[in-house]
Design a protein around this ligand. Structure first.
Ligand SMILES: NC(=O)c1ccc[n+]([C@@H]2O[C@H](COP(=O)([O-])OP(=O)(O)OC[C@H]3O[C@@H](n4cnc5c(N)ncnc54)[C@H](OP(=O)(O)O)[C@@H]3O)[C@@H](O)[C@H]2O)c1
Length: 230
C-alpha cells in the first residue's frame, strides 16, 4: 500500500494513537487525511469529519461525505477495565460495539472504495491473551482479530490489503493509570505504516506482541500459571 498520494481516514483521531496516525500519514505524503472523531478535531493539513463508530447513521454519513477514501485506519477503541462474570453487561457490550462492531461497520460502509486500497485494524496483545480486569476488552480485541482474518479473505477479490496491528502497552491516555513500561506511540505508528507500505497482513509492534503470538501454540497453563497452582 503506497501511502503517498492515498486518501486515508483515521477513526478516533482526536487524541492518542489516532492523532499520531493522522500526523504520520500526512508526513508520508497522503494526499488527504480525514481526521474523524466524535467531536471536531483540528490537525493542520487534515480534513475533520465527525464520526462515532458506535453509531451506524454516523458511519453511513461519513462514507457518503468521504467517498474517495482508499485507506482506513480503524483506530478508535475503548477499554472499561472490566471482567465478564459479575460486571455490568452493558459495559461489556459497549466495548464490543466500539472495538468489534464499529470497525466492522466501517469496513462494510467503505468497502467499495477500498478496492486496491487497505484497512488497518488496531488490535492488541489482548487479542491473544487475557488479564483479570481487562476481560471485556480482551474478548472484543480477540473478536476484532478474527474479523480481520475473515474480512481479509472476503476482500481478497477486490485486492484490499486487510492488516492487523498488534501492540502491548503504549503511552497514551488509555494506559495513563498504569506505571509500567510503555511503547513510544511515534515508534508504534512508524512500525505500523512501514508494515502497511510493505503490504504486511500482520504487524507486530513490539517484543511482547511476538511473545503473545508464540504463546498461542502452548498449553493454556503456560499463558495462565494460576490454572496449575494448587
Ligand atoms: N495504548 C495502549 O496501550 C494500546 C495497546 C494496544 C492497543 N491499543 C489500541 O489502540 C487504539 C488507540 O488507543 P489509544 O491508546 O490511543 O487510546 P486512547 O488514548 O484512550 O484513545 C482512544 C480513542 O478512541 C476514540 N473513541 C472511543 N470511542 C469512540 C467512538 N465510539 N467513536 C469514535 N471514536 C471513539 C477516542 O475518542 P474520544 O476522544 O471521543 O473519547 C480516542 O480518540 C485503540 O483501538 C486501542 O484499543 C492501545
Amino acid at each position: 500500500m503506497q501511502i503517498a498520494g492515498s486518501t486515508a481516514l483515521v477513526t478516533g483521531a482526536g487524541r492518542g494513537l489516532g492523532r499520531y496516525f493522522v500526523e504520520a500519514l500526512l508526513a508520508r505524503g497522503a494526499a488527504k487525511v480525514y481526521a474523524t472523531a466524535r467531536r471536531p478535531v483540528e490537525i493542520e493539513g487534515a480534513t475533520p469529519l465527525i464520526l462515532d463508530v458506535t453509531d451506524p447513521a454516523s458511519i453511513t454519513a461519513a462514507a457518503a461525505a468521504a467517498p474517495d477514501v482508499n485507506l482506513i485506519i480503524n483506530n478508535a477503541g475503548l477499554t472499561s477495565f472490566t471482567n465478564l462474570v459479575t460486571s455490568d453487561l452493558d459495559v461489556v457490550r459497549r466495548e464490543m460495539e466500539t472495538n468489534f462492531f464499529g470497525p466492522l461497520q466501517m469496513i462494510r460502509a467503505f468497502a467499495p472504495g477500498l478496492a486496491d486500497g487497505a484497512v488497518l485494524n488496531v488490535l492488541s496483545t489482548l487479542s491473544w491473551v487475557t488479564f483479570q480486569g481487562s476481560a471485556g476488552y480482551a474478548a472484543s480485541k480477540a473478536a476484532l482479530w478474527s474479523m480481520t482474518n475473515s474480512v481479509r479473505l472476503e476482500l481478497l477479490g477486490q485486492r484490499t490489503l486487510v492488516s492487523g496491528l498488534v501492540m502491548a502497552s503504549t503511552d497514551t491516555d488509555m494506559m495513563a493509570s498504569f506505571d509500567i513500561p510503555k511503547n513510544d506511540p511515534v515508534e508504534v505508528i512508524r512500525t505500523a505504516l512501514d508494515g502497511l507500505e510493505r503490504a504486511e497482513i500482520e504487524i507486530l509492534a513490539d517484543a511482547d506482541s511476538v511473545t503473545a503470538k508464540a504463546a498461542l501454540a502452548q498449553h493454556p497453563t503456560a499463558q495462565y500459571p494460576a490454572l496449575s497452582a494448587g
